[in-house]
Design a protein around this ligand. Structure first.
Ligand SMILES: *[C@@H]1O[C@H](CO)[C@@H](O)[C@H](O)[C@H]1NC(C)=O
Ligand SMILES: *[C@@H]1O[C@H](CO)[C@@H](O)[C@H](O)[C@H]1NC(C)=O
Ligand SMILES: *[C@@H]1O[C@H](CO)[C@@H](O)[C@H](O)[C@H]1NC(C)=O
Length: 448
């Protein structure tokens, strides 16, 4: 008697809530067991005309790699997939308010999603569980590394922006059987991805946009969701590594116009600069993909600068040739002069009847100063030192005078030197103007 009364008391106090429920009770109610194949064999609809609606949510976790050479884009994504299973439903009130539970993923049917651009299977294990809600909504969350192809346009490298698609759809279910809807819109996906993304490396994530499309093949349509990832390259490294050095070499080449002519120094300097640029060009070969319908601007940049420098090298060769030719002429002239000098010059008086032209010729000799033959000097040294000193002094005075006069004798420059100088000046102006025009053009193109 007393026992029954105690039991009644408990029931009165606790009411309905005393019942203890486990997830297994729900599974038993649903008859969801490992052996029950009803849940996994077919699309989970009670009537075959019903459409399974798949809601998709994809966020970008990280950009692992972008390889221009192989046109590969490797992001790390987080995907949430949600669909409805019409065979599952329970009343949470009957099971102590259990609204959801998780089951191993091989117990239930799953939509066959795949990414069209994916070129490599992801080896990472998928999430082992599915979430099941009381109203039949099943969801799965997966993180995966997607190795996908992406057609990249490197025309504006390294100031380029790339758009890579991830097209997600079902391979076998037509649009009447399975529809796809994005869970969140583009701006939310972009914002959420920005928050998730920790490191971005060389690429800056700009946006993730979502669009829906149907493809039709032989009267059958499939619905696809297209996730477009827009990324922008951070150009700093390439600017420092590549663009600036080439620009510096170009400036050096421009500056070399101020190196004195006559000697081969300018020539060898220019050749060195040209060689340095060709080494830099080898780096470019590593970065850019070989096939590209439009010539990359950076290639134009390199080739034009290379061509300009080559042109300036050729110009220097021409000018050097003209100068050399001139000095050869001079040498011949000098020989003739020597004869004249021997005949006409008088050492004691130092008087010369020759005008400006003759003096200039004398001073422009390469092998200056031909004071006296060595034997003669030796003889004089033996005879008397003071006499020698006087002679040397006399010679020096003459040289000084000649050097002074030399400046005023420009009209004496031979024809080839005259042309060499004009060519040099004209080319320098042309070079500077071309370089400025070209650089402003190419930077405008890069900026557009
Ligand atoms: C549960 O499934 C088993 C087979 O897997 C079947 O024999 C049984 O009748 C089912 N029970 C209910 C209540 O549907
Ligand atoms: C089922 O319930 C979940 C919340 O648990 C809700 O997000 C979802 O929209 C519901 N599905 C349907 C088909 O009512
Ligand atoms: C794809 O097909 C479905 C069903 O015919 C239609 O409702 C939907 O609007 C289509 N989507 C597009 C992007 O054309």
């Amino acid at each position: 008697m007393m026992h029954a009364g105690f039991l009644l008391l408990i029931i009165l106090i606790d009411g309905v809530s005393c019942k203890v429920c486990s997830y297994q009770d729900v599974l038993d109610y649903l008859n969801l067991t490992v052996d029950n194949s009803v849940f996994k064999l077919t699309r989970p609809v009670l009537d075959h005309t019903h459409t399974t609606v798949v809601k998709l949510d994809v966020y970008l976790y990280a950009i692992l790699a972008v390889v221009e050479k192989t046109q590969t884009f490797i992001p790390f994504i987080w995907a949430t997939i949600q669909w409805n299973n019409e065979r599952i439903s329970w009343d949470p009130a009957q099971f102590c308010g259990i609204t959801r539970l998780s089951v191993p993923e091989n117990l239930l049917w799953k939509p066959d999603l795949f990414i069209y651009e994916m070129t490599q299977k992801d080896e990472a294990p998928l999430s082992p569980y599915l979430q099941v809600s009381y109203n039949g909504t099943v969801s799965s969350e997966d993180e995966m590394r997607v190795v996908s192809t992406c057609k990249m346009d490197v025309h504006k490298f390294p100031f380029d922006t790339q758009e890579c698609n991830m097209t997600i759809g079902s391979a076998i279910h037509f649009v009447e059987e399975m529809r796809f809807f994005p869970y969140s819109n583009s701006s939310r996906a972009t914002q959420f991805s920005r928050e998730l993304m920790k490191t971005q490396g060389e690429w800056e994530f700009l946006q993730l946009s979502i669009s829906s499309t149907n493809i039709t093949l032989q009267n059958k349509s499939w619905e696809l969701l297209v996730y477009t990832v827009t990324i922008k390259r951070r150009p700093l490294l390439h600017v420092i590594n590549f663009l600036l050095p080439i620009l510096f070499f170009l400036i050096m080449d421009l500056a070399s116009f101020f190196i004195a002519d006559h000697r081969g120094e300018k020539l060898s300097f220019k050749v060195t600069v040209l060689l340095a640029i060709s080494v830099l060009l080898l780096i470019l070969n590593d970065i850019l993909p070989s096939m590209s319908n439009k010539t990359p601007l950076i290639a134009t940049y390199c080739i034009v600068i290379f061509a300009l420098m080559l042109l300036s090298l050729l110009e220097t060769i021409l000018v050097t040739y003209l100068m050399e030719k001139d000095s050869k002429d001079e040498l011949q002239d000098n020989k003739e002069d020597k004869h004249k000098l021997v005949q006409t010059e008088n050492y004691n008086t130092g008087e010369k009847e020759t005008g400006c032209s003759c003096i200039c010729r004398v001073t422009k000799r390469k092998k200056q100063p031909e004071l006296l033959p060595v034997e003669e000097v030796n003889n004089i040294i033996q005879s008397g030192e003071s006499h020698v000193l006087l002679l040397i002094l006399d010679e020096l005075k003459k040289l000084q005078k000649n050097a002074y006069l030399h400046h005023g004798c420009k009209e004496e420059s031979t024809k080839s030197v005259y042309w060499a100088k004009r060519i040099n000046r004209a080319f320098f102006v042309f070079y500077v103007v071309t370089v400025l025009l070209f650089l402003s053009f190419i930077f405008m193109e890069w900026n557009s």
